[in-house]
Structure formats: structure tokens, C-alpha cells
Write a protein that binds this ligand. Structure first.
Ligand SMILES: [Zn+2]
Length: 247
């Protein structure tokens, strides 16, 4: 290898950062630290499922600010994370209650509702961290047309879905390639995510994204796979920030 820094990048993110998952987020920060230090993005949910609000002035808010000051990038990650928009109109909240598997909060939103949630979430997170957010990621990486339109008007510098990172303002694609992530809701999903991670960590992508979630910490096989994936990725990549894609 040459003495210059590797050109290929590694971008790490922790999803679903919320007071609900504080212990899990701590474990994930510790897990990633040997590989990327604080070069990671946190995807922050202002009020997870509508009952885990981030309260300005709270201990959790102070921790978020602390992480931001240590260089962690802060992304807005929906508002409640839960897809209840399409069921709220006809007083069908009860029905929505039976369908909580849907985590794609921004999939069915109108442009005005998406704009309102982005504005509210952004105000809250920026108030807490004391600086502008670095980007937006829709829950489950699912964007409906309303969400995409709202985002393009928002002046938020970066967004990502499962396959790419782009600039909402210009539409320019900044990185391409599937993000490596793990699923644990069923044994079959867990096994297939282990197989996908083992293959994708060697993919010759310019930018490799790895995203971890709070439930990951409950599964030892999954934690081993995360460790191996970062170790393999670090051999030929340098940990970077999403913001580096803009320079
Ligand atoms: Zn999420």
C-alpha cells in the first residue's frame, strides 16, 4: 500500500438515537469507537413512537450535545419514526395500533405534513445540540413523494436512503451502494443480514456505509458480525464523515 491515506471511505451511523434506547446507544458507541472513534453519525428521533420525547435541558439532551461537540454528526431521523399518518384521518388510531410493524413514518406523509415534522424536529435537535443538523434520514429509509419534495425545500445538506446519499437541494448523488445493516426481528432476517454483511464488507465501493440499530446489541452473533465488518472495512478505508462528501 502507498503511504497516502486510503481514498475509499467508511461512513458509520447509529440509528434510532432516543432516550428509549440510551443504554443500547452507549453500547453501540463503545462498539464502534475502536474502529471509527467519534467519526460517526447519530440518527436522532425527536419523539420515538410518540412517547419518548427528547426534552431540552434533560440529561439525555446534554449527552446529545456532548456527542455533537465531540464531532459526532447529528442527523434528524423522522419525528416519531412510526408510520401512523395514513391511519390517523378517519379516527383509525385503534387500527394503526394493530399495525405497528410500519416504521416508515415519512412514506405516506403529504408535503405539508412532512415539512411540518422536519421543521419541528430540526428546531428541537438544533436547540439541543446548539448547531445545525448535518442531514436527514427517513425512518426505514422510506421516502414518499411528499417527503422528497419537503426535503428538497429544506436546505438540509444531506439525505440518504438504502442505496444512496444525495444533496436534497441540488439532487446530486454523493455516494452510491447498499448500506450494510442488520435485522433481528426474525431468525431468518438475522441470518440473511449476517450473510449480506459478510459479502458486502468486501464490496469495491468508493463509499461503504455501515448502519447499526439499538436491538443489534441483544444478539451476540450480530455483534460479532458488526465487529468483523468494521475490521474488514478498515483495512482499506478511512473513517470519514458524511459531510466530507460535500467537499
Ligand atoms: Zn430508524
Amino acid at each position: 500500500m502507498s503511504s497516502t491515506r486510503p481514498q475509499r471511505l467508511l461512513l458509520a451511523s447509529i440509528h434510532d438515537v432516543s432516550p428509549r434506547f440510551e443504554a443500547e446507544v452507549d453500547r453501540l458507541v463503545d462498539l464502534l469507537a475502536p474502529h471509527v472513534g467519534k467519526r460517526l453519525a447519530m440518527l436522532v428521533v425527536p419523539n420515538h413512537w410518540g412517547d419518548a420525547p427528547i426534552v431540552p435541558g434533560s440529561a439525555f439532551a446534554a449527552r446529545l450535545r456532548d456527542w455533537a461537540e465531540q464531532g459526532v454528526e447529528m442527523f434528524l431521523h423522522g419525528f416519531t419514526h412510526r408510520d401512523d399518518a395514513r391511519y390517523s384521518g378517519a379516527g383509525d388510531r385503534l387500527k394503526a395500533g394493530f399495525m405497528t410493524a410500519g416504521e416508515g413514518e415519512f412514506l405516506g406523509l403529504s408535503q405539508s405534513e412532512a415539512e411540518a415534522r422536519i421543521a419541528r424536529g430540526r428546531d428541537l435537535v438544533e436547540d439541543v445540540i446548539g448547531r445545525p443538523i448535518d442531514g436527514f434520514v427517513a425512518p426505514a429509509w422510506l421516502y414518499g413523494p411528499g417527503a422528497r419534495e419537503a426535503l428538497s425545500r429544506s436546505a438540509i445538506p444531506l439525505a440518504e436512503d438504502h442505496m444512496r446519499v444525495w444533496s436534497p437541494a441540488s439532487g446530486a448523488e454523493l455516494a452510491w451502494g447498499p448500506v450494510i445493516t442488520w435485522a433481528s426481528r426474525t431468525r431468518m432476517r438475522l441470518l440473511s443480514s449476517l450473510i449480506a454483511a459478510a459479502a458486502l464488507r468486501h464490496a469495491p465501493l468508493n463509499v461503504l456505509r455501515i448502519g447499526v440499530h439499538p436491538p443489534d446489541v441483544r444478539h451476540p452473533a450480530l455483534l460479532r458480525s458488526i465487529g468483523r465488518t468494521f475490521t474488514a472495512a478498515r483495512r482499506h478505508r478511512r473513517p470519514a464523515r458524511y459531510g466530507d462528501l460535500l467537499s
